[in-house]
Design a protein around this ligand. Structure first.
Ligand code: DHB
Ligand code: MG
Length: 223
């Protein structure tokens, strides 16, 4: 077995053992596949990690950037207590509609709201609407725009807000300072910004699994 196959086999074992399958989550993935969405949703064990992190944070408000089919949205919305709310931002109206259906099927329509549009713009609108501060943020949209997302998110944060950013390793390409890949440049700039921001305490972790070699950045807003 090659390395990638081994990583996937271990993920399958972990998911079979620790992350029971679930009608609404399975239906969300099936509907996403049927509609031809890219198969880039978080894996089940990653979804549950996000869910547990949001619960550890005792989050009542969650902001997600990049809805896709709403799979991670469902994991995060399920972490919220009664009265909690999640706002998720999606630029593609077809994805947003499908995500809305998946969220509804999961019984979370009253908890999770999909906002359609360019997330950089929607983040500004949310600040104007005084929508923040959010307790927990998951950034998982166009990697090229991670720096702009971070700026928008910080305006919607408070001391104690947790910010998780997906896909920050990109198969190891993150270390290529000469890259002309705008996604890798976006991730590298994101790291520079969080590292240089005295409001933030940050780290990152590499992961291997069914999605290959990638990782998460995590920051806590300290002040
Ligand atoms: C891609 C995007 C993601 O959010 C992800 O988790 C994996 C891959 C991509 O655009 O390739
Ligand atoms: Mg991702």
């Amino acid at each position: 077995m090659n390395e990638e196959a081994q990583w996937s086999a271990v993920d399958a074992y972990l998911c079979d053992t620790l992350v029971p399958s679930d009608t609404a989550l399975d239906a969300a993935l099936e509907a996403s596949a049927r509609a031809g969405l890219p198969n880039i949703n978080v894996s089940p064990n990653q979804g549950k990690l996000l869910h547990l992190l949001a619960r550890m944070q005792e989050a009542r408000t969650v902001l997600e950037i990049g809805t896709l089919g709403g799979y991670s949205t469902i994991w995060l919305a399920r972490a919220l207590p009664p009265g909690g709310s999640l706002t998720t931002l999606e630029i593609n109206p077809d994805y947003a509609r499908l995500a809305g259906e998946n969220i509804e099927r999961a019984g979370l329509a009253a908890t999770a709201t999909v906002r359609v549009g360019d997330a950089v713009h929607t983040l500004r609108r949310l600040a104007e609407e005084r929508a923040g501060p959010f307790d927990f943020v998951f950034i998982d949209a166009k990697k090229e725009y991670n720096p702009q997302y971070l700026e928008g998110v910080l305006a919607l944060s408070r001391p104690g807000t947790i910010i998780v950013c997906d896909n920050v390793i990109r198969g190891g390409r993150v270390t290529d300072s000469a890259t002309d890949d705008p996604d890798v440049q976006g991730v590298r700039r994101y790291f520079e910004l969080v590292a240089g921001n005295p409001r933030l305490s940050s780290t990152a972790i590499q992961t291997v699994g069914s999605k290959g070699w990638d990782g998460f950045a995590i920051s806590r807003v300290e002040r």
